[in-house]
Design a protein around this ligand. Sequence first.
Ligand code: FUB
Length: 325
Amino acid sequence: MKRYLFPDDFMADPSAHVFNGRIYIYPSHDWECENVENDNGDQYVMKDMHVLSIDGDPMTGTVTDHGKALDIADVPWAGRQLWDCDCAEKDGKYYLYFPLKDKNDIFRIGVAVADRPEGPFVAEPDPIRGSYSMDICVLHDDADGEYYLYFGGLWGGQLQRYRDNKALESAYLPEGAEPSLPSRCVRLSKDMLQFAEEPRPVQVVDADGKPLRADDPHRFFEASWVHKYNGKYYFSYSTGDSHLLCYAVGDNPYGPFVYQGVILTPVVGWTTHHCIIEYEGKWYLFHHDSVPSGGKSWLRSLKVCELTYDADGRIQTIDGGGTGE
Ligand code: FUB
């Protein structure tokens, strides 16, 4: 069984967490746009974001829209395009991490702080130092108490413009047998407002320990998410132009992660994006598709379904019901 969570509006890229016993969702807020659809993602013109919550069981519980929690008009360094956010709680404060293009059209990562999970969030005056690219996930690791931020995405996500955390003179996207570009992981500072170290590459490797090739349809493209199951770290992601959600498993937050398989086959709509959480002993996949908008890839709707593991901890593949178009 699958459920459309919020038919009243177009929202996408869900990041969900259980705060104070309740599920909160931090989605992107899709808008109709006049731009031509292109590989740079100019059609994703999000200007604000709302926080949603669910009372009880995600498959049946009432969904509440808590209203606008962040508006790019209130971010001093904002240019355009507020994409996939995530939120973490520390010592009773809530930290929203958001990717947004600055006035030079370069993606940076900002932080906004609130006293409640639903916001409103107040943005710090500047983006995080040394931040770049987009698609945020934050893991609060119960093993060491630290917070790890994952980010990065190809094409419109601008990851191909960087190597070793430095901007290249010209962007370079690996091809063919070259190793694919990895997502990034970085530990956050104690005050949650900066990186505590240089971001590290998150390698997805095959059974022989080799990074997946650039032409592998299961390689990382965008939409990192990390959750823990039976003490293992599950790194999941979108493969972009091959329209899958895949996952890989590792022993620590930085990886490497060994490729395991497909979580969700293509949906209706070009993008696929998700998060995975446990709620009252069951596991759920939150994601989006473009069925309600008639296949408009920039007008997406939030969905949820149950996710199951086999006895070896392998995630059972879910049918997305589309072709990625
Ligand atoms: O919502 C804009 C972009 O589309 C996200 O950042 C990607 O993950 C894809 O869902």
